[in-house]
Design a protein around this ligand. Structure first.
Ligand code: PLP
Length: 425
């Protein structure tokens, strides 16, 4: 068998047999680049561009009347985009709303669902979680008058890359009130077994929420079936909603009667919001957790982008994504002599949408890759994250990226760059 690294025809063949190949033309790809950073900032589709321009045009034509007369009316933006997102997370339409951003939504939900009681005051999270989540969770514990050093339990990783579900479940003790965990780890790309963790938490009387920033849009979720209590995620990564785009949140129906801890008029009963009454009357669904007026231009691109998700369907998206990461992993395996190793789980159910390529010289290799027009990102201490995206990455892109990885190390090209990362890595 020919080594994959020497077999470009194989990559061409995979592209020829790819059912989603045509979607590449629906996106604006930066010229002369191989873009492998769609897990940090997804690219703009022509569809998303059109709905963003539409919003601007509505503002120009309608002014204030855009709230009611735009097509669709701005007033229902959060709910409508929530309805379009619901199939991606396995939820009913009224359980999802597009609002806020990831960290803000974390605060809104955790403030509501973290209700420490005497003898049950701890919050379980993951040591390897994204720092913003850790800062936010520690501050929520402190807001309850508790000491994060004692009451925020960070489950440790055994290998620095992944979490063992058994270790997390072992932390689900009787003194825990809430668990907030990533669906997929931002560095290694490991996907946690959310069904199992939810069942284990509930069996011990613990509520559980997930940060889906690194999985929503990349793979299917079944939040309703798993009975997850709440979740939140990012709009600008796999959902391709644009930089700083609104995020989304999910609240399971059984919690609809809860009073949001951080209330604002945008979470009010939609029929009566403009009664301007002094006492809060929450909307009937997850929309109740909205706080303030949606930033229209931070939402508008999602209409176009989510349309593409509906057109393709998550099954096909996930199948292509796995084929791309399978191929990338196999290529990186052939680069062991150059010092590269795969840090992402190989089993499909435990793998998200990106591959963590580890190398002792990762920061400098990332700079050399960028100089060659390959866009990765670097995550300390030694991870080159590469995310081939089902809609717009070809198998030939993956093949070429592996050629660049090899050429950089073989030629010592990375040694010309300064060590250390850039400000936005
Ligand atoms: C990207 C990401 C964030 C970003 O949060 P913002 O509030 O949008 O800046 C937070 N948490 C996780 C896990 C992420 O992946």
């Amino acid at each position: 068998m020919t080594a994959l690294l020497a077999d470009e025809a194989y990559a061409r063949d995979l592209d020829a047999r790819d059912d989603l190949a045509a979607f590449r033309d629906r996106f604006h790809l930066p010229p002369a680049t191989i873009y492998l950073d769609g897990n940090s900032l997804g690219l703009v589709s022509r569809d998303a561009e059109a709905t963003l321009v539409r919003a601007l045009d509505q503002w120009r034509r309608l002014g204030i009347d855009g709230w009611t007369q735009a097509e669709p009316p701005w007033y229902f933006t959060g709910e409508e985009l929530g309805q379009l997102t619901a199939p991606l997370v396995g939820a009913r339409a009224d359980e999802v709303v597009v609002t806020g951003t990831t960290t803000v939504n974390l605060h809104a939900l955790v403030a509501t669902f973290y209700q420490p009681q005497r003898g049950r005051g701890k919050l379980v999270c993951a040591d390897l979680d994204f720092p913003s989540d850790l800062y936010a969770l520690a501050s929520e514990v402190a807001l309850q008058g508790r000491d994060p050093a004692r009451d925020l339990v960070r489950v440790r990783s055994r290998d620095g890359r992944t979490l063992d579900e058994d270790d997390i479940i072992a932390a689900f003790t009787d003194d825990v009130a809430l668990a907030v965990l990533p669906s997929a780890l931002y560095r290694s790309g490991q996907v946690l077994d959310m069904a199992r963790l939810t069942a284990a938490a509930h069996a011990r009387g613990i509520l559980i929420g997930f940060d889906g920033a690194h999985s929503v849009g990349a793979l299917p979720h079944a939040f309703d079936q798993w009975q997850v209590d709440f979740a939140f995620w990012c709009g600008y990564k796999y959902l391709n909603g644009g930089p700083g785009c609104a995020g989304g949140l999910y609240v399971n129906r059984r919690h609809f009667r809860r009073l949001p801890a951080l209330r604002g008029w945008w979470g009010y009963d939609k029929e009566r919001q403009f009664d301007m009454a002094p006492h809060f009357k929450g909307a009937k669904g997850a929309g109740r957790w909205q706080i303030s007026t949606p930033s229209l231009f931070a939402c508008a691109a999602l209409y176009g982008s989510l349309g593409i998700f509906a057109e393709v369907g998550l099954t096909a998206i996930r199948a292509k994504s796995l084929a791309l990461t399978d191929y990338l992993i196999a290529l990186v395996d052939e680069l062991a002599e150059d010092g590269y190793a795969v840090g992402t789980p190989r089993e499909h159910p435990r793998r998200g949408g990106h591959v963590a390529v580890e190398h002792a010289d990762a920061p400098r290799i990332c700079k050399a890759l960028k100089a060659r027009g390959v866009i990765p990102d670097f995550r300390p201490p030694n991870v080159i994250r590469l995310a081939p995206i089902a809609f717009y990455t070809s198998f030939q892109d993956v093949f070429q990226a592996a050629q660049h990885l090899h050429a950089i190390v073989a030629g010592g090209e990375h040694l010309r760059y300064a060590e250390g990362r850039e400000v936005v890595a």
